[in-house]
Structure formats: structure tokens, C-alpha cells
Write a protein that binds this ligand. Structure first.
Ligand code: BTN
Length: 239
């Protein structure tokens, strides 16, 4: 039986924000889902486009703080990729937190942590474009949805159910210290083997995603590893 308990709302500002504001009332593995978010947000506080055609939800759980915390975004990206494939949508992962189809974003992942001592309560938020056919003008050329990719309409409940099934398997792997999901992140990466700009003007060659989910790159002949919060990759949607 699944350890997730899904709590649904018609509307919320943001499912991540709701969990952060109600930490005392919620338990580990509670899943907060909103049919529509009014102010969903992503990394670097960017707006996350949301209408009732998206799936938007966040999961709460607790981890011991360690370098492995960076793997949570990767396990979520691998889960979304797997589920999209299972619904006939061939998706790739743009490290660290985007899932894309033909370089158009279909899903974004936002991991936030509330740290107390050596444990962290983790809020893992996932937005997935399911039946959207229009987006706000600033993202319409770089966003896509399951419907736009397949011409089919999908049940949001069914997609959430499948996603929670796969997330549970990958989260269990994370908790027992294994990381098979990283193979999906590597095999489906849009950037391994590519030259990309890190944070504006640092041109690097991407070598791999390492065992901690960090991006391994070569910059001026030197091998370096970055965690997701340290860098942003430029111009990838317009390649
Ligand atoms: C990104 O693209 O940088 C991440 C987007 C994450 C959006 C999801 S939707 C559910 C959860 N609630 C939020 O406000 N954000 C995340």
C-alpha cells in the first residue's frame, strides 16, 4: 500500500507554499495537490504558469541532511520522465529540474528544504503540463504539454496516481542509499556531451551527472562539479 496521503484543493496560491505554511499540521508523505495554483513558482522565484489543465502537487517528507539531498530533484525528474514515456510522450531531462520534449518544457521540479539541526523537511513540488493547449505569451514558444505532444486528453488523476507510484519506488531507493534513477537522468540528459553556458559567460563541456546528482563539467581543462542551486544554464531552449 502506498504511504502517500493525497489532500486536494480546488485552488491554492502554491502547493509548496501551503506545505511550508502548514508544516505543523501535515505529516511526512502527505501530498498536497491543487486543481489550480494562483501563484505557483519555480526556481529563482520564477512564475510557474498554471491553469486547471496542469497537474500541480507537492510532497512532504523528512531526510537526514547529507550531500545526497541533491539527488531528490534528480529522482523526481527521472520519475516524471518515466511516467511521460509510459503515457507515450518521449521526454528528456534538462538538468537539474526541467523535463522537456523537443527542448520545450513540459514539467518543472522545485525542491525546498526547512532545516532543523541535522534533518530537513523536504517539500518536493512538481508541475506537469497535461491538457494545456495555450500558455502565457512569455513562455508559449518554450512550453508544451502531454496533449500538445500527442493530441490526446489525459486524466489528471490517473497521471498523478502513476507518478506517485513511480516516485514511491525512487524515493525508497533514495532512502536506502541507492540511486538507479540516476541512470535515467544520464541516459535522457539533454546536455551530457554538450557545450553549455553556465551562468551567462562560463562555457563548459558537460561530462556527466555524478553519484550526488551534480553536473560534472570541464572548464578550461579542469574538471568541476556543480550542484543545481549553484548554476543556471543559459539559452538551452533556443539551441
Ligand atoms: C521550475 O520550473 O523552476 C520549477 C517549477 C515547479 C512548479 C511546481 S507546481 C507545484 C509546486 N508548487 C509551486 O508553487 N511550485 C511547484
Amino acid at each position: 500500500m502506498s504511504r502517500f496521503k493525497v489532500i486536494t484543493f480546488n485552488e491554492l496560491d502554491s502547493t509548496n507554499k501551503y506545505i511550508k505554511e502548514n508544516l505543523d499540521k501535515l505529516r511526512d508523505f502527505d501530498v498536497v495537490a491543487a486543481d489550480k495554483q494562483l501563484s505557483g513558482y519555480g526556481r529563482m522565484k520564477r512564475d510557474w504558469f498554471d491553469d486547471s489543465d496542469n497537474l500541480s502537487f507537492s510532497i512532504l517528507f523528512t531526510v537526514n541532511l547529507s550531500e545526497r539531498t541533491g539527488l531528490i530533484t534528480q529522482l523526481a525528474a527521472a520519475s516524471v520522465q518515466r511516467v511521460l514515456e509510459s503515457f507515450g510522450v518521449s521526454a528528456e531531462i534538462k538538468w537539474p529540474n526541467d523535463v522537456v520534449v523537443n527542448m520545450k518544457k513540459i514539467s518543472g521540479i522545485l525542491v525546498e528544504t526547512i532545516i532543523t539541526g541535522d534533518t530537513a523537511r523536504v517539500v518536493l513540488g512538481i508541475g506537469l503540463n497535461i491538457n494545456n493547449t495555450t500558455f502565457s505569451s512569455n513562455i508559449s514558444s518554450i512550453a508544451t504539454s502531454m496533449k500538445l505532444e500527442t493530441n490526446n486528453v489525459f486524466s489528471k488523476d490517473r497521471v498523478l496516481e502513476k507518478l506517485l507510484e513511480v516516485l514511491e519506488v525512487n524515493l525508497n531507493q533514495f532512502f536506502i542509499g541507492t540511486d538507479e534513477f540516476l541512470e535515467i537522468c544520464r541516459n535522457k540528459s539533454t546536455i551530457i556531451g554538450e557545450s553549455v553556458y553556465l551562468s551567462k559567460n562560463r562555457l563548459v563541456e558537460v561530462i556527466d551527472i555524478d553519484y550526488l546528482g551534480r553536473l560534472e563539467v570541464i572548464e578550461n581543462g579542469k574538471r568541476l562539479a556543480f550542484i543545481g542551486s549553484e548554476v543556471s544554464l543559459n539559452n538551452l531552449y533556443n539551441k
